[in-house]
Design a protein around this ligand. Structure first.
Ligand SMILES: Cc1cc2nc3c(=O)[nH]c(=O)nc-3n(C[C@H](O)[C@H](O)[C@H](O)COP(=O)(O)OP(=O)(O)OC[C@H]3O[C@@H](n4cnc5c(N)ncnc54)[C@H](O)[C@@H]3O)c2cc1C
Length: 245
């Protein structure tokens, strides 16, 4: 993980770099994004935030409608410095976001369980990102299509090479939103338990249990079994590889 988090800009695939090379390497820290608990685990490095977003699959999107808070899981993609979200043009979620609702979006990669000798010091290893902002609807047809392509390619690279693109009806029924990745922070925990000295000799196993997202064997559509072989990218599906492509 250390190497993963210490990527130099030059190691980041060009396709993931912003078109404007004058971007700052770090996000400005604000009162909302400053990590106060365990600040040594915080990162405001753009590349760290991007790497976590690129590996994740599901974003928890929080917003308030009529004074009531909602947090809903959504697919997403990072398109340079924007987080792309999409949904039905008629849904409460997309309409709330399109009309200027403040958003807090969070992506978490769970890397392991940390098992200490005391219950209080149990923890988890993780990499997570929080982004605050206001999303804007993408209404330009070409930009909307490209954004939707990014979402599909984020989940499975090369999928749009064979899957049909949205038709005009589908495009109209789908709202695409872009949340600027500017007010953002990452927090990362790695390593083993941090027990109190007086607990070190307790008769209790301590350490960590790494957790990985592992793909199972592909299951062909049972109703219309495809005539084509399973795509190679499905046979070796690995989020870290997807993130670094
Ligand atoms: C992994 C994952 C990825 C998803 N990706 C997308 C996406 O990219 N775009 C998209 O539009 N939607 C996505 N969804 C569905 C999304 O979470 C919402 O269900 C959907 O957007 C409708 O939201 P709404 O507020 O308009 O729905 P409404 O039907 O108005 O919600 C009404 C109520 O239903 C309940 N509810 C709604 N959604 C959920 C949920 N997911 N889990 C539990 N309760 C729920 C809540 O109580 C909510 O207040 C995804 C869901 C999952 C689990």
């Amino acid at each position: 993980m250390a190497n993963f988090l210490q990527l130099a800009v030059s190691e980041i695939p060009v396709s993931h770099q912003a078109p404007c090379m004058e971007r700052r390497a770090s996000f400005e820290v604000s009162s909302r994004t400053r990590v106060k608990q365990r600040p040594t685990r915080a990162s405001y490095e753009r590349d760290v935030v991007h790497a976590i977003l690129d590996e994740g699959l599901v974003c928890a999107v929080g917003f308030v409608v009529d004074g009531e808070p909602f947090v809903l899981p959504m697919a997403y993609a990072r398109w340079h410095e924007r987080l792309i979200l999409h949904g039905s043009s008629k849904s409460r979620l997309t309409n709330a976001l399109a009309t200027g609702a403040k958003v807090c979006a969070s992506v978490t990669l769970l890397d392991g369980l940390v098992l200490a000798r005391s219950t209080m010091h149990h923890s988890m290893n993780y990499r997570s990102v929080t982004i605050f902002g206001v999303a804007a609807e993408l209404s330009d047809r070409e930009e909307k299509l490209e954004a939707l392509t990014r979402v599909v390619e984020h989940v499975l690279p090369r999928r749009t090479h064979t899957a049909r693109a949205p038709n005009e009806l589908e495009l109209r029924a789908t709202m695409v939103l872009a949340l600027p990745i500017e007010l953002a922070s990452a927090k990362v925990r790695t390593g083993g338990p941090l027990d109190d000295d007086e607990d070190l000799d307790l008769a209790c196993w301590a350490g960590s249990l790494p957790l990985l997202l592992v793909a199972g064997a592909p299951v062909p559509d049972p109703l219309h079994p495809p005539a084509l072989p399973v795509p190679a990218e499905l046979l070796h599906y690995d989020r870290r590889a997807v993130a670094l492509r």
